[in-house]
Write a protein that binds this ligand. Structure first.
Ligand SMILES: [Zn+2]
Length: 306
């Protein structure tokens, strides 16, 4: 009688405990089959499945229309991130920025955007003409008219994410060393943070060419998949070595398994406009950047004036 009562009480206790332990953020990426192919899509529910403006997408020149926007202005991206911490979120590794002076303007964005955090996906989420890259860095920003990323995520076009692609090269990307060295301290535990073992300036993770990019309106690529994001994906990729990519794959997920991949499956473009922006002038026989052409004209004019 006493033991039955005890079992009953334990069962009741466990039953009341269960719903609260299954938290909204307990979602995962599908595990690839032994041949590396992902056979099942992620099933994250809600807007992730019903949305019509989801990310990532395949970026193709054929599907794109030409855009012409003001240049991007990256303010204080040269400064190393203050009190930088690297966190294993269970779905990625992330560096938070708490300095509100690290901001992004221009590039056709509707205002000033503040850098919140940077995180990585291994394999890239966006593909260019069907080609997947080794890594994709996301620099996540919120519109300065809102107090936080959480607040902005509920509003269309109030979040701006810069996507930087990394191609596999035979040379290490030295700017990535500080991230990967620190990542070994937080590798085994989701939720764990560690101070970055050196300086990291966001500028060092941006490509030189910041005028060639794809632009479209989409969503966060993790639950809740909120459709509040203005996406910019630069076409110039940065190098990363195979050894460095392999280190990302040793990060553990919340269930203690290696996070082998953390990219979401490609989503349909549907009725959205995909914009391709470039400053290259294709009118001549070769592609000459507008700026160089202007400089050449100026130099000739200067010579003639002598
Ligand atoms: Zn991301």
């Amino acid at each position: 009688m006493t033991s039955n009562w005890l079992i009953g009480m334990i069962a009741l206790f466990v039953a009341t405990l269960l719903p609260s332990t299954i938290r909204a953020d307990e979602w995962h990426y599908p595990t690839p089959a032994p041949n590396g192919v992902i056979n099942e899509p992620e099933r994250w529910g809600g807007q992730c499945e019903t949305g019509r403006r989801q990310s990532p997408i395949d970026l193709t020149y054929q599907a794109a229309v030409k855009g012409d926007f003001a240049p991007f202005l990256f303010s204080n991206y040269m400064n190393p991130i203050r009190n930088a911490q690297l966190t294993n979120t269970g779905h990625s590794i992330q560096i938070d920025n708490t300095d509100p002076s690290v901001t992004l303007y221009g590039g056709g964005l509707p205002g000033k955007f503040v850098l919140d955090q940077m995180h990585f996906h291994w394999g890239s989420e966006h593909t260019i003409a069907g080609v997947r890259y080794g890594l994709e860095l996301h620099m996540v920003h919120h519109d300065s008219r809102y107090n936080s990323l959480t607040e902005a995520a509920a509003v269309k076009n109030a979040v701006a994410v810069i996507g930087v692609l990394f191609h596999v090269s035979n040379q290490d990307n030295t700017h990535m060393d500080v991230v990967l060295e620190t990542s070994q301290d937080i590798r085994d535990a989701a939720g764990k943070s560690a101070p970055l073992k050196g300086k990291l300036s966001p500028h060092n993770l941006l490509p030189k060419n910041r005028t060639s990019y794809f632009r479209y309106e989409g969503s966060l690529t993790t639950p809740t998949c909120a459709e509040s994001v203005i996406w910019t994906v630069f076409t110039e990729s940065l190098p990363v070595s195979l050894d460095q990519v392999e280190l990302f794959k040793t990060i553990h997920d919340p269930s203690g398994h290696e996070l082998v991949i953390n990219f979401r499956s490609l989503q349909p473009l549907n009725a959205r406009a995909l914009v391709y922006h470039t400053d290259m002038d294709y009118s001549g026989s070769g592609a000459i950047p507008k700026l160089s052409l202007t400089l050449i004209v100026a130099a000739i004019a200067a010579l003639l004036a002598k």
